[in-house]
Design a protein around this ligand. Sequence first.
Ligand code: PMT
Length: 398
Amino acid sequence: MLKGKHIILGITGGIAAYKSASLLRLFIKAGAEVQVVMTPAAKEFITPVTLSALSGKPVVSEFFTANTGEWHSHVDLGLWADAMVIAPATASTIAKMAHGVADNMLVTTYLSAKAPVFVAPAMDLDMFAHPTTSRNLELLRSYGNRIIEPAAGELASHLIGKGRMEEPENIFKVLEAFFAGRDDLKGKKMLVTAGPTYEKIDPVRFIGNYSTGKMGYAIAEEAASRGAEVVLVSGPVDITPVNKSIRLVKVESAREMLAACEAEFPTCDYGVMCAAVADYAPAEYAESKIKRAGNEPPMIHLVKNPDIARTLGMKKRDGQKLAGFALETDHELDNAMAKLRSKNLDMIVLNSLRDKGAGFGTDTNKITIFTADGRETAFALKSKREVAADIIDTIITL
Ligand code: PMT
């Protein structure tokens, strides 16, 4: 399961750091490519030489190599990884991660990581039981990070209690289980729409909305990383897909988006309509810039845009599954259910602008999924990548 996967192994300064060498060996033996990132304190507990010998790569610890000035890009590392594992994670690093204190290479890499993050705490029992640590771990959970609970047993202090880092074999099993489900879209094709549509008024103006494409692109990345052939039909946004296998079809207006979707959907197994499509477009396009003249403002007559989700919903054949989104500001449940039915969708993902951290432009989202067969699942606020995983985990059960 781990063959060819890119794993960042973050090591912090605790006695359990010696166990990281065993964990690293397990990853390498399973065929993963591992980049070790250590905090300066970790080097007091285990040497970079041991870890670079085991991983076959120089260990990264500082922002740049002092004698050459070579810069280590935490951004590139964050994009490279399929998973980041921090084992052991001390109370101090957990606190820094929870609050974004980016004063070392490990925490900056964590903040740049797009992949799922696994945290294996290791500390003395009183530190682990302290309300600060509990709250910080709760914060990490709310960001979608997975906490690998420490075990109870004899600690470095010789006290007995909870705080021992989980054994490397068990951490390895957690990662193995995580990647096990990751090729579950192999042989499947998925159409994803993302971003806003722009409906031109004149050469300088358009009707649009605040969608940045982050949610739709996260779905495309997640599906591609799970083996799907992905076609991403995107309105104008500033991001580009990281996974090179994603086929990007750029469009501007709702009509262009519809044409691209109608061309692709017949050969797809799944469609996820995440784009914020403008419901109306100007009836006429003014070839020249509309001038400010006279006292009366110009009238712009609008016409209804095609409903892309509904068009595909009405045409879908047996076996095809179609998911839509509902972006609401009020009467969330009723509106979402009405869209699920009227567009003939198999499921709808409700996000409300009333929820902090949800909707346009944020790196997080908070969703409830309703399926046509009557299931309703509410999820916590999570990173958009984690939300994408929840959406895909649900659509494949339909
Ligand atoms: O891009 P981000 O900044 O990350 O923000 C993400 C998001 C808020 C845009 C996303 O999570 C989201 O909610 N997307 C759907 C926004 C929307 O247009 O919702 P709606 O309730 O108006 O539309 C319902 C469904 O019909 C959607 O699946 C939409 O894609 C589809 N639709 C709507 C109108 C139309 N003319 N054609 C459509 O296909």
